[in-house]
Design a protein around this ligand. Structure first.
Ligand SMILES: C[S@@+](CC[C@H](N)C(=O)[O-])C[C@H]1O[C@@H](n2cnc3c(N)ncnc32)[C@H](O)[C@@H]1O
Length: 300
């Protein structure tokens, strides 16, 4: 059953698709779910709840399944950002300051302030609350990595400091798991603060920087392992996996993003030999895109 998904982008709701994945079969999960009321993607099943606490519960229903399918020596990296109550989707800007998301949220019901947790200007501590929920599910938190961005998307305010980092939680499900500390040192990924610029990608509003994801893969998985991203977006995790001789599984609910991801994956397969060598040669067994590849060549 796993074979159906291997080295492919699969369109659909990852919560449903995951039912088809056997227990303990995935070596590494790397993902970034839609953040709470931040961006409008279109078909997402998470990130548009009325109340942040519902968002957290929704996300925890995904992490429960991740734990089931993760190999006992595997790892899970969760990249998740925070939000202030009363900003982004809450702001409902009109006129020239409005953004695409605001137009949507003009129609969207949101929780009313309660004078306690839900207060305007409150930093909601969503990443920490999710991580605590995951500990309750039995996950073991190994690192709370601070991803510091030298070039963050500006979020200025007159009465607070500028946010310049996001969390990447490294979770495992058992005490013995694969981790190459030597490799981490070589790649300067052995400390829990990682400085890495964002790499804006015009086709997706919130893509991972490839330079951030590649080291995570080489430190916590082996060649030939299966890397899974349940919120694949533009396909960065898949590209990083191919470049390092790992297999990948990618689920994405938006047909447009699926196409973008497939195109990027195809381009990775088509990289000139010299570039591929610099990255690591791609192994024969992951050439599952052969048909498309031939088609592409014919049309080129
Ligand atoms: C933050 S983006 C991920 C970006 C990705 N890391 C990249 O490098 O491009 C989250 C993605 O999750 C997708 N998504 C939302 N709900 C989903 C679901 N239930 N199943 C699969 N994908 C979903 C959205 O369409 C969006 O592309």
């Amino acid at each position: 059953m796993l074979e159906t998904f291997l080295n492919k982008v699969t369109l659909g709701d990852s919560q449903k698709l995951m039912n088809e994945i056997p227990n303990d079969s995935i070596n590494l999960i790397i993902t970034s779910p839609p953040y709470f009321l931040c961006r409008l993607y279109g078909n997402e099943t998470i990130g548009r709840e009325e109340n942040p606490l519902d968002y957290i519960q929704n996300l925890l229903s995904f992490t429960k399944e991740f734990k089931r399918i993760l190999h006992k020596e595997g790892s899970f990296y969760l990249n998740i950002g925070d939000v202030y109550f009363g900003t982004k989707g809450f702001s409902r800007n009109k006129g020239k300051y409005s953004r695409k998301t605001d137009v949507h949220y003009l129609e969207h019901k949101i929780a009313k302030p309660d004078g306690k947790y839900l207060q305007y200007k409150q930093l909601l501590m969503i990443p920490e609350r999710v991580a605590i929920g995951m500990q309750e599910q039995g996950w073991i938190l190994r690192n709370k990595i601070i991803w510091e961005k030298p070039n963050p998307v500006p979020s200025y305010s007159k009465d607070r400091r500028y946010p310049v980092y996001e969390h990447i939680f490294h979770f495992v499900k058992s005490r013995k798991y694969y981790f190459d500390l030597q490799k981490a040192k070589e790649l300067n990924h052995h400390r829990d603060i990682i400085r890495n610029g964002i790499e804006p990608f015009k086709e997706h509003q919130a893509s991972f920087p490839l330079s951030l994801i590649k080291p995570l893969i080489s430190i916590t998985s082996k060649e030939g392992d299966i890397v899974f991203d349940p919120f694949l977006g533009s396909g960065t995790t898949a590209v990083a996996s191919i470049l390092q001789n790992r297999k990948f599984i990618g689920f994405e609910i938006s047909p447009d993003f699926c196409k973008i991801a497939e195109q990027r994956i195809l381009e990775t397969f088509l990289l000139p030999e010299s570039v591929k060598k610099a990255y690591n040669p791609i192994r024969e067994e992951i050439f599952m895109f052969n048909e498309k590849l031939n088609q592409y060549k014919k049309n080129a």
